[in-house]
Design a protein around this ligand. Structure first.
Ligand code: CAA
Length: 262
């Protein structure tokens, strides 16, 4: 099934949605229309009970997303710029904190807001031809879609500051070395690998997937003692699910579990 605005194309097959950002003539830069359609698509993915995993990629072979649209941003006044940052942060938070597992399949440039979109995803894999970076400093601005916060949490403060202060673009291999992406594959292997990962995750019980995201995302912001208590609470909650009973029984009976996603 394919649903699309013109700028965002989604295709859902069983429990996996492929979301393609489709503005290749501008290297998939995110203008207002694209952001609105992305918001609609992410909201629909989150509301669809069948969908467990979504892959986000960019149309064409040059770019994942080359950033926020610079032409749109250039004339903004401070209030409008602040508001646009808040609204896009809220959209990216839907991805990070939602119940769907999001995989960024980085097929080319992931720069500025494109890198920030990838940062909001749960898993990042990249084609060996991809380049990543936060070049905002070269435009006289700072990353405003979560980059100053998510990047240091992912790769450490020093490396994150180096990337943001220099604005330099790094290769996919370097991004893997610093932990910015989890895996690098040949460009023609990117989508097969993304689908394989998505299928592997989609075959897991849904509530456990959701609670893993919640435990990591929310626990990360707590001190360790509160985080351990929170983890224990969510661990306990697993035992309210049919899938915990089934998963453990299946192990004991030496058979494959039949997940009910409940
Ligand atoms: N916004 C608007 N248009 C963009 C764009 C962007 N971020 N990135 C690329 N484009 C457009 C170009 O203007 C060009 O359009 P035209 O054909 O109409 O001239 C088209 O896409 C192709 O781009 P190039 O000709 O520049 O392609 P290239 O291969 O020579 O260079 C590139 C590729 C190095 C990625 C270069 O396009 C580039 O540097 N883009 C900007 C990257 C950037 O600075 N991103 C951060 C934006 S700010 C931001 O995202 C802030 C935030 O936190 C939200």
């Amino acid at each position: 099934m394919a649903i699309s605005g013109t700028r965002i194309i989604t295709e859902t097959f069983e429990a996996v949605t492929l979301l393609t950002i489709n503005r290749p003539e501008a290297l998939n830069a995110l203008d207002q229309q694209t952001l609105q359609q992305l918001n609609t698509a992410v909201t629909a993915i989150e509301a669809d009970p069948r969908v467990k995993v979504a892959i986000i990629t960019g149309a064409g072979d040059k770019a994942f997303v080359a950033g926020g649209d610079i032409g749109v941003m250039q004339p903004l006044d401070p209030i409008a710029a602040r508001q646009s940052a808040v609204e896009t942060q809220q959209l990216l938070n839907k991805i990070e904190y939602g119940s769907t597992v999001f995989i960024a399949a980085i097929n080319g440039y992931a720069l500025g807001g494109g890198c920030e979109l990838a940062l909001a995803c749960d898993i990042r894999i990249a084609a060996n031809s991809a380049q990543l970076g936060q070049p905002e400093v070269n435009l006289g601005i700072i990353p405003g879609w979560g980059g100053t916060q998510r990047l240091p949490r992912l790769v450490g403060v020093s490396v994150a500051k180096q990337l943001m202060l220099t604005g330099e673009r790094i290769s996919a291999a370097k991004a893997a070395e610093i932990g910015l992406v989890g895996e690098v594959v040949n460009a023609d292997e990117l989508m097969p690998r993304a689908r394989e990962l998505a299928q592997t995750i989609a075959a897991k019980p849904k509530v456990a997937l959701q609670l893993i995201k919640e435990a990591v995302n929310n626990g990360f912001e707590m001190d360790m003692n509160r985080a351990f208590a929170y983890e224990a609470d969510l661990f306990g909650l697993c035992f309210a699910t049919a899938d915990q009973k089934e998963g453990m029984l299946a192990f004991l009976e030496k058979r494959r579990p039949n997940w009910r996603d409940a």
